[in-house]
Design a binder for this molecule. Sequence first.
Ligand code: TLP
Length: 356
Amino acid sequence: MRDYCINGRPAEGIIDLRSDTVTQPTQRMREAMASAPVGDDVYGEDPTVRRLEELAAAKVGKESALFVVSGTQGNACAYLAHTQPGEEVILGQNSHIYGYEVGGLARLGGLMARTIDDSDGIIRPEQVTAALRGPDLHFAPATLVCIENTHNMSGGRVMEPGDIKALADTVHQRGLKLHMDGARVFNAAVALGVPVTELTEPVDSVMFCLSKGLSAPVGSILAGSKEFINRARKFRKLLGGGMRQVGVIAAAGIVALEEMIDRLAEDHQRARRLADGLAQVPGVKVGQTNYRTNILLIDVEGTGLSAPEFSRRLKKVGIWINPKSATTLRAVLHRHIEDSDVDKVIEVFQEIVVGQ
Ligand code: TLP
C-alpha cells in the first residue's frame, strides 16, 4: 500500500523514484512520536533526543552524537567544527557537500574547496597527497578531507572499509581530519554485509540521514568525539538548529535505527531487478557499480531522447524519475516501491523506446 501524498493528494498510482527522501514515517514511528517524552533540548532536557543521540553514537562507534535538522545542516556543523575560516577542504567534485549544499563551505565556513576527481565515487590516498600543497606562505592550509558513502552522484557507489582506512591513515599522517558524508552509510553497510562501524571507525566524524531510506520524516545525525560534538552543537545553534521539544521527531529516528536498517536490502534487490530489466531495453544503459545499493543512473542517450524528455514522458504515465543531466536519469529505490512497480517501470521504458 502506498500511504503517502504528493502535492497534497494521495499518491495512488504514482511510482515515485525521485528519491528515498519521499518515504513516509511508519505506523510505529507515528505511535512513538505521539507518545514521546519531551523536554527543552536547548537545555539538554529532552529525554527522547538524548536516547536517540546515545543510540546513534553507539551504532556508529563514536563517543557522542548530535541530532540535526537535515543532512545539509549536519555536514555544515561538521566542516564548521573541524576548520577555521580561510582554510582549504579537499573533497570530490561530484560530492553533495560541494555541489548541492548551496555553497555553504564558502558562504558559512569561509572555506576554500579543493575538488578532486570522484567520478567513480571513491577518493584515493594518492589523490589527497597530490592535492596537498604544503606550508608555503602563499597557500591556504588544508585541514579537512570529506568523503561520501554511498556516493550519490556516481549511482550509490560503496567505499569499502579497507579504502576508507587507507585514506584515513594518509589524511591523519598529514595532520588533517576526515569527515564522512554518510547520508546513506547504512545502505553501504547493508550492501557489504558488515557492521557500519567498519566504515565509520576510521573517520573523525560521520553524518548520516534518518530521513532517507530509513523513513524517518525529519533529521540526521552527526557523530564524532565528545569534544568535536560540543563544538558542533554550538554551530547547530548558530545555524538556527537549536530545537525545543524535538523528541516528537527524534522518536521516529529511534524507530528508524532500531527497525529500518536491515530492510534496506530489499531496496537494493529491487534496484538490481530494475537495473537488469532496463538493461534489456534498446538504447538504455544502466550505470555499473561495485555494489548495487538503492540508486541507479540510467543513461538514455542511445534511445534518441534526452533525459528531461524521457522524464516528461514517464511522468505522463505516473512514473516520476528526475533527470540528472542531459543524458542520464537518476532513480532511487525505497520502501514504497514494490516488485510490481519495478516491473511496470521496465514495461513503460520499453513502450517509450519502441513507440517513439
Ligand atoms: N540528497 C538529496 C538531494 O539533495 C540530491 C537526494 O535526493 O539524494 N548528502 C548526500 C549524499 C545526500 O544525498 C543528501 C541529500 C544530503 C547530504 C543532504 O541531506 P538533506 O536533504 O537532509 O539536507
